[in-house]
Design a protein around this ligand. Sequence first.
Ligand SMILES: [Fe+2]
Ligand SMILES: [Fe+2]
Length: 542
Amino acid sequence: MDEPLSRPPARLPHPELRPAGDLLRAGRAHDRAGRLDDAVAAYEKAVQIGETSGERAVLVEAQRRLGVVHYRRNNPVEAKELCRKSYYGALAMGDLILAGEALNSLGGFEFEAGHMVAARTTYEKALELAFSSEELRGRIEQNLGSIATLHGDYALALTHYQRSLEAFSEAMDERGCALAYHNLGLISTHQGDLEAAEQHYTRSATIAARFGDVHLQGLCNLNHAEVCHSRQQYGDALRRAEVALDIFEQLGARMDKSAAYKVIGMVFRDTGRPVLAEQRLRASVDLAMETGWVLGQAESSRELARLHQMVGRNQDALVLLNSAHQLFKGIEARVELVDVSKKMGTLEETFLAVVREWGLSIESSDPYTFGHCERVATYAVAVAEALGLDDMQKTTLRLGAYLHDVGKVRVPHEILNKPGRLTDDEFEQMKLHTIHGVELLAGVEFPWDLKPLIRWHHEKLDGTGYPDRLRGDEIPLGAQVICIVDVFDALTTTRSYRPAMTREVSLAELERCRKWWRPDVFQAFMSSVGAPGWQDRAPAVV
Ligand SMILES: [Fe+2]
Ligand SMILES: [Fe+2]
């Protein structure tokens, strides 16, 4: 905790004449006021004088504080060096609390750099030294709680935050207690204990109000609003998020404003006010982008995508989902965070839902193909499993199956539903659905490579397919899988030009045409979708 500033003398004596302790306190004052140049100068002087005067406690503390400022100014090497000196100096004089402080700072550097294992080890070592200072113990437990949260270990995080609360209570540190309650609220939310979360946020906000921490009150209101949103208490959610927005506006906290706009946008979206929702969510994405807050940008883009999905703007939704996916991936590449991996997983589910809905909306106007995409997706995943493909490939196939015929929206209705044979000219137009499909997706990047499946799902191994008359290995494996299950589904369902064939007749037909597909694909199909009793084993379509 910051040491209280003694009243400054009316005129400061020349630095050379001032004791190191005074310089340390002056450095702290500059530091808190954001005057980092002055802070560095004062700390450096304190170090210099402390080295000669023998004021060792002041020396190690000035070294540590100087290190922290260097870290904030992007000099991590110097920062670590100073904090290490501080640590060994404190150990040499037997001051375990100061040694613990130095380790806590070093742990913080590791944490900021995304080195979570090193950060945890350092914090744990700091904790061993900090047993006699409740206040320092409280802070270290908070830091350990943050690491556990990022790793998705909420039970452990809860333990750390509870210990932190106990330590701060013993130290009678109100600010610490308020922070601990706030973090306990976050963990309870993650764990789905929304009632406990609300209680923690209320406690935290009450204490924060008592000692005038407006920012923390804003955060409590905002996080409380998110809980209300999850509980579908939209009125409360909106009221709280707007209180938070006002606070952040006054403080000029733009990143937090972005988070508040996100919650407000979600409330408008989920209460049927799409225009207001879009404004707020866009404001949230823009602010996150302007402030370089990548995680916030990813989360707000995802929420905006959900809005687009709800109003049937599937392509817009997919563009945003892809940008969110890229952002999450960027974060994940920098730091190993379970939390981000989980968010990626949820995002991929949303992708699947939007693509599925899009696929279904295309076929909804056509009674003959209703259910086609869903069945093709189910069959394709079964064949993929028989081929031993990995999760990524299975997801690609599932999504490709939903969208394989997306280009048919550009084929005239009369051709699509013509009873009887198509003329050559009509067939040429029909074939173009493969190319139209890829064109329709031109503006949409996917984390999965769907375009080859859409363009080439009518190519055949012997070169008689379309649109590019590819042969043999030129055809991607996934396109071959879609092709065989697509033909099977076409045969087994009623079309405008003929009734459905039985399963047996359809399988015999596939056997007759087996040269169209790679042998492994044909075998995988026969051992899965084509096997007797497959329907009984087929997984439920979700
Ligand atoms: Fe097709
Ligand atoms: Fe198809």
